[in-house]
Write a protein that binds this ligand. Structure first.
Ligand code: GLN
Length: 234
């Protein structure tokens, strides 16, 4: 393969609800078509996250119990993750992972689960309710449409410098109040989509891969990769 990208799978052994790991399979599938080999490593409890080692970070969703374990450990990686993000490192964070990039998440039993405040959102919990079902969103800047399935108790509210991944056309999204779903901040994409998001939305997989390639190989001619046609799978 002409290119190689190193993927950090944050807490991949703890956070993997609803088959979120499938995002890595989808990423690998599109990477292969782009002549890219992906090397994935799980970075978990007590491991060091060195921002210079990674080209893509994937951070999946989890139950409140696992999230509270991760919440404690991730404080030790807070500075390095923040500098990776601020430096334009590409990242996909789903549900629990998305929540932990923000300030905090109030779990279903009222426990405050601390995030790393790398992004400016916060997440409250709903009383005895979850947002579950099919969801369709559209990004107002790119016109990209994303289809998926959401299942979360948390209600996330975006903050300074954060844009939604899309405006809700069908479903609940971040909080069922402001029509937003997910987040885009620099090259970080956060979302409540399970299913997993990249299997049904190859357009997003392509975007993440291209961003990582341009960052790692700034002088490469990526016109072939840019031209890769993604067939919608929804
Ligand atoms: N525990 C979190 C919530 O319910 C995240 C769940 C998930 O990752 N699916 O909002």
């Amino acid at each position: 393969m002409a290119y190689e990208l190193n993927v950090a799978h944050l807490y991949g052994d703890l956070l993997n609800t609803y088959g979120d790991n499938g995002n890595l399979l989808a990423l690998g599938y599109y990477a292969k078509q782009m002549g890219v080999e992906l090397k994935t490593t799980v970075i978990s409890l007590d491991d060091k996250f060195d921002p210079s080692d990674w080209d893509i970070v994937f951070f999946g969703g989890g139950q409140d119990f696992e999230q509270s374990i991760v919440s404690k450990d991730i404080q030790n990686k807070k500075e390095d993750l923040t500098s990776y993000i601020e430096d334009g490192g590409p990242m996909l964070a789903i549900c629990g992972g998305y929540q932990l990039l923000g300030h905090y998440y109030i779990g279903a039993d009222g426990e405050k689960i601390k995030g790393i405040s790398a992004l400016d959102h916060y997440t409250l919990s709903q009383d005895n309710n979850r947002f579950i079902g099919d969801i369709v969103i559209k990004n107002p800047d790119s016109g990209d449409e994303y289809h998926g399935f959401e299942n979360h108790n948390g209600m996330t509210f975006l903050g300074e410098g954060e844009k939604p991944l899309g405006i809700v056309e069908e479903g609940h999204g971040n909080n069922d109040k402001d029509n937003s779903e997910g987040v885009v901040y620099k090259n970080v994409y956060g979302s409540y989509f399970h299913g997993p998001i990249l299997t049904r939305n190859g357009n997003l997989a392509k975007k993440i891969l291209l961003t990582a390639l341009k960052r790692k190989y700034p002088d490469a001619d990526l016109s072939k990769q840019e031209a890769l046609e993604i067939q919608p799978t929804f």
